[in-house]
Design a protein around this ligand. Structure first.
Ligand code: URA
Length: 209
């Protein structure tokens, strides 16, 4: 079963409080999401393997560490996932970025992919799927499925806020995918909004309604 990590770092929690606040405007909301994404990236990458190298300092030779192992890929789910990409890229500038856009056909309930563009070596990469709101889990489940269909093997899911229903659904469908959150909230309301949540993440990021 996938692990769920909730980052209770004071900086993340402080910024998340202002992200939740309905009086926070678009500019500040975007900046705060960017900052939290960067802080979360720091935590998510904590277990990346390193290898030893030698480096000449101005004083002597030092045995130091560099990242080793799989290269990273970021896959924001359109559209709200875009709001967290730059923050992660500040810490991992070499990561390639793919995009997944999909919706559920209301008749067949099957996922329809309207945009999928990925690095061509995703099977060799450690992928971080990014979606700020894990509500029912439908989009994340479908996006992860789309990546697996194309050969992805190592996938993590990064969200700002999740409902227990979404976490459970992802765990059941993709038990190999670890989930990283800034907060695990109480529930979903009748309209599919996370409670207490932060409203519509895409609208708040992009100033739409
Ligand atoms: N998507 C959002 O943007 N917000 C929610 O609360 C649920 C899904």
């Amino acid at each position: 079963m996938s692990n769920v990590f909730v980052f209770d770092h004071p900086l993340i929690q402080h910024k998340l409080t202002y992200i939740r606040d309905k009086n926070t405007g678009t500019k500040e909301f975007r900046e705060l999401v960017d900052e939290v994404a960067m802080l979360m990236a720091f935590e998510i990458t904590r277990d990346l393997p390193t290898s030893d190298v030698e480096v000449e300092t101005p004083v002597t030779t030092s045995k130091s560490k560099v990242l080793a192992g799989k290269k990273l890929g970021l896959v924001p789910i359109l559209r709200a996932g875009l709001g967290m990409v730059d923050g992660v890229r500040k810490l991992i500038p070499a990561a390639k970025v793919g995009h997944v856009g999909l919706y559920r056909d209301p008749e067949t309930l099957k996922p329809v992919e309207y945009y999928v563009k990925l690095p061509n070596d995703i099977e060799e990469r450690e992928l971080i799927v990014i979606d700020p709101m894990l509500a029912t889990g439908g989009s994340a489940i479908d996006a992860i499925g789309a990546l697996k269909q194309r050969g992805a093997k190592n996938i993590r899911l990064m969200c700002l806020v999740a409902a227990p229903e979404g976490v459970k659904a992802v765990q059941e469908t993709h038990p190999d995918v670890d989930i990283y959150l800034a907060a695990l909230d109480d529930s979903l309301d009748d309209h599919g909004y996370i409670v207490p949540g932060l409203g519509d993440a895409g609208d708040r990021l992009f100033g739409t309604k």
